[in-house]
Design a protein around this ligand. Structure first.
Ligand code: HEC
Length: 111
């Protein structure tokens, strides 16, 4: 009986979850749009990442130095250094909630 209830509850959660969220998970968005620079592991050790001297998001000190608000702002607006666009802003590509989802995803790189 209990098992049965659990299965029904799980199915309802699943159906509601798929109906309500059209957003792609952060892991998929990261893989498609961020990993070529920041790396699948967030360490920035890709060819482009090394050239751009990207920070290592598995480093606790790097994580501590950035706020959740900064992650959202940078992901939305991008990075301009010395008048050049080093990272484009993604606000046209992702919804506000997808951009917010990157915060927890990036935090999870911390070793
Ligand atoms: C063309 C390469 C490139 C791509 C693609 C890219 N970034 Fe970046 N990103 C950079 C550069 C360059 C910086 C600035 C240097 C740094 O902070 O390491 C940066 C910085 C950041 C920061 C700021 C960290 C801080 O210290 O405040 C965040 C957060 C970030 N990127 C998230 C993302 C997310 C999320 C995506 C995908 C949606 C993405 N980046 C895609 C190049 C890129």
């Amino acid at each position: 009986m209990k098992m049965h209830t659990k299965i029904i509850a799980a199915s309802i959660t699943f159906i509601l979850g798929s109906a309500l969220s059209f957003a792609a998970p952060a892991s998929e968005n990261w893989e498609n749009s961020c990993a070529k620079c920041h790396g699948a592991d967030g360490k920035g050790q890709t060819k482009i990442g090394k050239k751009l001297k990207l920070k290592d998001y598995s480093d606790a000190a790097v994580q501590a130095a950035m706020t959740d608000e900064e992650i959202i702002k940078v992901t939305s607006e991008g990075v301009i250094q010395d008048g050049k666009e080093k990272m484009k802003g993604f606000k046209g590509e992702f919804s506000e909630s997808e951009i917010k989802d990157f915060v927890a995803f990036i935090r999870a790189f911390k070793a």
